[in-house]
Design a protein. Structure first.
Length: 381
């Protein structure tokens, strides 16, 4: 049996040969790119790639075929990305991004007309106050109303919750993203503290009905499970729940809501910070009708549909990997009226002015059936 150090020395020698061959291959890729430029050919040649993968898989033993396919798929992703960069490939999305980078003001607006779902005291209102110094807020009854207010130009911006560290994605908002045209221009994270609020004089033993938003209810499930004989009701918003309790003629109702709502609606806290986990944050997105990319934008959101076949999602992920772009969120939602087809949502970490980001945006059509660029932005802490 060989000594381990001898085996590693042999591997190092083989790796040196691989590096040399890789450089030779990439040099040949440069020649291919120049030929395609001269002859007006697209970078992607699916038939060639399919045949290449079939050929290399036939040259190895059965137990290595899957590994070989993965290796050469990634190699071709790198080659294609390099060709796109050499050719300066452009697209309609890439052109929109370049235009927005050039036309967006250097300073994010301090004052604006902003749409939020709910009423005064809602977490969306608190998020709006964090993103803008002096927002003029219009309250909508639903998340759909926020999208429509922005889409129709009634408000310049809208604030929407997109995910929670405990309960996960706000599915209703993600489903509405498929129906509306918008761009994300900023985001923020809020520490969420849910408190059981009731009228002054009410005790915990008196409470028979509790009202709140479905996500707040989910985030406080352990606390609620410990209450006997209490019914839980879903309403549109935690602030709406607090206001309803304040306006009710009953003394046996309570709301799961924020501390600010206790002061705002004259309620008292029967139990504080009742969420299941103390590290409970909700991320909110600020949307606009127009594409705006402010300085410092380093997070990008995309919606994408891939082919319903093995390896389709892998090709997208391989493109991110080949460009060294970090994926921080991947979510899927079923597409209405399309059986077993899903819309994938991606959040990426990459400066909007980075060359690899431009390469990605100008070449994503190669690896998916359709995609929408939702915006590049920074997060307010």
């Amino acid at each position: 049996m060989e000594d381990l150090s001898e085996i590693r020395d042999r591997i190092d020698t083989i790796d040196d040969d691989i590096v040399k061959l890789f450089q030779e291959r990439m040099a040949a890729t440069n020649a291919v790119a120049e030929y395609k430029r001269a002859n007006g050919l697209p970078v992607l040649d699916r038939a060639r790639e399919r045949q290449k993968l079939a050929d290399v898989s036939e040259k190895v033993p059965d137990d290595l075929r899957d590994y070989t396919t993965v290796l050469f798929s990634l190699l071709m992703e790198v080659s294609r990305s390099h060709q796109n960069a050499l050719l300066g490939t452009s697209s309609a999305v890439g052109d929109r991004i370049s235009e927005a980078l050039g036309n967006t003001p250097d300073l994010f607006p301090q004052q604006a007309y902003v749409a939020c779902q709910g009423v005064e005291g809602a977490y969306s209102q608190i998020a709006a106050d964090r993103i803008f110094k002096h927002p003029n807020i219009t309250y909508m009854e639903s998340f759909d109303g926020v999208f429509r207010a922005v889409e129709q130009g009634l408000c310049k911006y809208g604030i929407l919750p997109v995910e929670n560290s405990t309960a996960g994605t706000v599915n209703q908002v993600y489903d509405l993203m498929m129906e509306h045209e918008f761009s994300i221009v900023r985001s923020t994270r809020l520490k969420v503290d849910h408190n059981l609020l009731a009228k002054r004089g009410t005790t915990l033993a008196d409470v028979r009905d509790i009202y709140s938003h479905e996500q707040a209810i989910e985030q406080c499930s352990a606390f609620l499970a410990g209450l006997d004989g209490v019914r839980v009701h879903v309403v549109e918003n935690t602030a709406i729940a607090a206001r309803s309790v304040a306006e009710s003629d009953r003394d046996d109702v309570a709301a799961l809501s924020s501390r600010s709502c206790a002061e705002l609606y004259g309620l008292e806290s029967l139990a504080k910070s009742v969420q299941d986990k103390g590290n409970n944050f909700t991320r909110f997105a600020c949307i606009s009708k127009d594409l705006e990319i402010y300085p410092g934008a380093d997070r990008t959101s995309l919606m994408m549909v891939v082919a319903h076949e093995p390896g389709s999602l892998y090709k997208v992920l391989a493109r991110f990997y080949s460009l060294d772009i970090n994926l921080v969120k991947l979510e899927s939602r079923p597409i209405p009226d399309r059986d077993f087809e899903f819309m994938f949502y991606f959040d990426l970490e990459c400066p909007a002015r980075a060359p690899e980001f431009a390469t990605l945006m100008n070449s994503l059509d190669d690896v998916c059936e359709e995609f929408r660029y939702l915006g590049s932005y920074s997060e307010v802490i």
